[in-house]
Every structure is written in C-alpha cells, then in structure tokens.
Design a protein around this ligand. Structure first.
Ligand SMILES: Cc1cc2nc3c(=O)[nH]c(=O)nc-3n(C[C@H](O)[C@H](O)[C@H](O)COP(=O)(O)OP(=O)(O)OC[C@H]3O[C@@H](n4cnc5c(N)ncnc54)[C@H](O)[C@@H]3O)c2cc1C
Length: 400
C-alpha cells in the first residue's frame, strides 16, 4: 500500500510525480534482501553492508542519497519538501541507507561549524558512500552523563594526542572514521567546558578496536582504545573547548530522525494486511476487540508521528529548531516503534516471535527482530528517561 500524504505541500503535482518515480526506481533496484528486513542498515554483517553501500552509490547517482545538500558537495540541491518526500519513500520502501552517522549526524554539523577544508574533504566522501563514520561519545563511565567523559587530548605542535576509551560505538566495526569528544582542559568549573570535537581516522596508529555483539546477533557495536593517537589539529571542529556546543548540535540532528514515522507506517500497513488475510480463519486476530482497539491506537500514533516529523524537517530547514523538539521526536518514535513491534508480535502469535532465519517465521520474522531492535532505540542516542528530562528542563523550563 503506498504512503498517503497527510500534509499537502501546496498543489504541486511534481511532488506526486517524485513519489511515483522513487517507487518505480525502488521496484527495479531494491533487492528482496533489503525490502524484507527490519535490520538497521548500520548493523549489517560485512557482506550485506557492502551490498547496501553499492545500493546507496546507485541512489546517489540518481540524486536521491543526499538530495538536500548543495551540489558543491555532491548533493542534489533539492528543497526541504522534496528531501522529506524522498527520505520518506525510501524509508517506507526499506532502502538500506548506510552511514547515518555521516549523513544525518556529522554532515549537518560540518555544514554549520566545519572549516572549508573539512567540508571539502569529508562531505563529498560521505555523499559517495566512500567513508563510513562512527560516533565516539560514550565511555565506560560516561553515557547519560556525557560530561563525565575522560578521554584526553593534549596539544603537541600541529597535532593533538588522544588517550582514552570509547564504547557502544554503532557501526564501529565497519567504520573508517570516528568523531570523538575529548577533554582538552581539566575540569575547573562547569564540566561541559574544556571539551573539544575531533575527526579521527580509525586506521591511525594507537587505535585498537574490539567488536561487541548485541542480543540481535549482529556485530552491533565496537569499543575503541586510544593510546597516544596523533590527530592533526586541523581535524578539530569548532574552537578548542567548544566541543560541547558542536557535540550537542550533532545530538539534535541525531534525535531529529525524520524517517522513523514512514518506517512505522510500513510495518503497520503490513500488519493490517496480514490481519485482513486471516479474516474468517479460526484464529482471526481481528475477532478480538482488544487487537482492533490496539491497532486503532497505533494508526493514530503513526499519523501524529508523521506530523511531528514534518514539523522537525521544516524547523531544521528554517534553521530554528525548538530546543525540546529533537528529544520529543526521539522519545515519541522510540516508544511508537516499541509499541508497534510488541503489538505485532502479540497479534502474530507464537510464530511471530521467531527470528528471520526461521522458516516458520511470520512476515519474515521482522516483527520479532524489530522488537529486539526497538529496545536498542530506547537507549541509543540518549535514553528515554534522559529525553523526558530534557523536555522538562530545556522545553518547559522546569528546574533541574
Ligand atoms: C543501540 C545503541 C546504539 C548506540 N550507539 C552509540 C554510538 O554510536 N556512539 C556512542 O557514543 N554511544 C552509543 N550508544 C551508547 C548510548 O548513548 C548510551 O548507552 C546511553 O547514553 C546510556 O548510557 P549508559 O549505557 O552509560 O547508561 P547509564 O547512563 O548508566 O544509564 C543507566 C540507566 O539509568 C538511567 N539514568 C541515568 N541518568 C539518569 C538521570 N539523570 N535521570 C533519570 N534516569 C537516568 C538511564 O535512563 C538508564 O536507564 C548506543 C547505545 C545503544 C543501545
């Protein structure tokens, strides 16, 4: 079932033409491997990752991988409406958009705070899916309390020397580069001061990586040990000691993901289609009023999620993001994803709990797989408790 527009962006027929062109292109170019998986494209095994990269290169040649970037850096120069439509259709179709750390998180920060040289070096490589990025924020003793981070960076001529450890790094096994927050000055006053933001080549001498497997079975994370790693001073984004501001702008971009609602819509549509296919069967799930009520609630929540995504996109394009909106969006979509996947697993019955590898799995097992992944969403990018805390303090002005 195709996505139905819930907001009319004027009466421009070119938008519907664009949607239709993307659907046709996906029908020709997206393989079943990706069409049917719930897996996050950042958590794929190496061979599947390479096929996803090849797909993203084709998408880029089509002008749809980074449609909103300026042409100077390899983008399609499209406006915000077209960008939202393209990303929505791709997410709904199941396109494996790799390198979310690079495309959705680092790139907006480089556009805002990067030097011309940093933009020139990194943005085209991200656009062409030639350089995969990882995010090096969390440490063993610094997760929710990120300002507790202990990695140090001390200046040595034209270099900074980095020492410390990062952990829970998504895509850390496959990534080529990592952006990290490190302390360039000891804590004297506010802990958020004296932190700087660096771009680091993961092949630099002194870095040791270790994979961490998550409960989904994917090599989801890595941890990295930095031992006297020399990073050119030119790789610092923003001024020395200004890393908290740069790093926070990146978290806002991370939490404002505008594709979650379209993904939720797709899984909801599949679940409803499956329920319809069971009408009249002895175990007809829609004969149970509790299932019908729960489905209606998720239909309503998905519509709200899409409206929220559009608001985020418009505020991002205007460069004036409501400070609580990224947290609101992240929290809402994490909880919606979990609710939808849990409902699916319940409605589909015991076979709905089987993982994709099992031949008995219903709907290719992606509800059960998605249920496991939805737990990760409520932690990665900042936990739901922390998002609630940010909404109440930065959004509602309540005391800390
Ligand atoms: C799927 C996934 C992907 C991730 N990817 C990355 C990545 O790429 N790069 C990276 O740097 N990190 C990544 N992380 C790490 C993630 O950012 C941290 O796990 C997260 O910030 C929580 O930190 P923690 O694990 O140290 O838990 P803690 O901070 O120790 O929290 C433990 C519990 O206490 C609660 N809690 C803590 N402080 C408060 C408070 N003030 N108020 C109320 N409750 C509180 C938390 O909500 C949580 O339930 C990822 C994590 C996951 C699950």
């Amino acid at each position: 079932m195709p996505l139905k527009p819930i907001v009319r962006f004027g009466d421009d027929p070119s938008i519907e033409e664009l949607r239709s062109a993307i659907r046709h292109w996906l029908a020709d170019n997206l393989t079943d491997e990706f069409r049917r998986t719930a897996a996050n494209p950042d958590y794929l095994p190496r061979d599947a990752h390479e096929r996803a990269v090849a797909f993203c290169k084709k998408l880029h040649a089509q002008g749809w991988f980074v449609p909103h970037w300026p042409a100077l850096y390899g983008g399609g120069g499209r406006d915000v409406v077209e960008q939202v439509v393209i990303r929505e259709e791709l997410a709904y179709g199941g396109a494996p958009l790799v390198n979310t750390n690079g495309v959705n998180m680092l790139a907006p920060v480089l556009f805002k705070y990067g030097t011309p040289e940093q933009k020139e070096e990194h943005l085209p490589a991200i656009a062409r899916s030639e350089r995969m990025w990882a995010q090096g924020y969390s440490e063993p003793e610094a997760g929710s309390d990120l300002a507790a981070l202990r990695m140090t960076a001390h200046r040595d001529g034209d270099y900074y020397v980095l020492d410390g450890q990062k952990t829970w790094t998504s895509n850390g096994v496959l990534a080529d580069w990592i952006f990290v927050l490190a302390r360039t000055a000891p804590v004297t006053g506010k802990r958020q001061e004296g932190i700087s933001f660096f771009l680091v080549d993961l092949d630099s001498p002194g870095i040791t990586r270790r994979p961490i497997r998550s409960m989904t079975g994917y090599p989801t994370f890595a941890e990295e040990f930095f031992d006297g790693v020399r990073v050119p001073a030119a790789n610092m984004v923003g001024a020395e000691g200004d890393g908290w501001r740069v790093g926070k702008a990146l978290l806002d971009a991370e939490r404002s993901n505008i594709t979650r609602a379209a993904q939720a819509q797709r899984y909801l549509d599949e679940l409803i289609d499956w329920c319809r296919s069971q009408r009249g069967a002895a175990s007809d799930p829609l004969a149970d009023p509790a299932h019908r009520i729960a489905l209606a609630r998720v239909v309503e929540r998905v519509e709200v999620g899409r409206a929220l995504s559009y608001r985020v996109a418009h505020q991002q394009a205007a460069g004036a993001l409501d400070p609580a909106l990224p947290s609101l969006s992240k929290l809402y979509h994490s909880e919606l994803t979990a609710e939808l996947r849990a409902l699916g697993a319940q409605i589909l019955g015991p076979a709905g709990e089987l993982l994709p590898a099992d031949p008995e799995a219903v709907l290719d097992g992606h509800f059960s797989e998605g249920l496991l992944l939805s737990l990760l969403h409520s932690i990665g990018g900042g936990t739901s408790e922390i998002q609630r805390d940010l909404i109440s303090t930065t959004g509602l002005g309540m005391p800390r």
